[in-house]
Design a protein. Sequence first.
Length: 97
Amino acid sequence: MFNSWFALTFQAAQLGWEAQNVVALRFVRLAGGGAAGAKEAQLMVTDKLAALTEAQLAAVANVLTGDGLKIAVRVFRKRVRANKRRLSRRRRLSAGA
């Protein structure tokens, strides 16, 4: 039992760290303004709603197994990592151009 709680706590901590990185990358994009900043603001809102919906559906589907919270954290981490890759890639591409 303690191992599963430790694993969940560790995953939640990783999610927090990755989310902070995405916030920093998004701040840079938003601060840049222009079309890229406006598009990022729109993506930020729609992505949060989609992630919340996906996490809720996954948690409800797995609530009987007792892994609902772990599944929700996994969904959010997947989304956060995808955003970090997307934001990092664009920054490197624009810096190289």
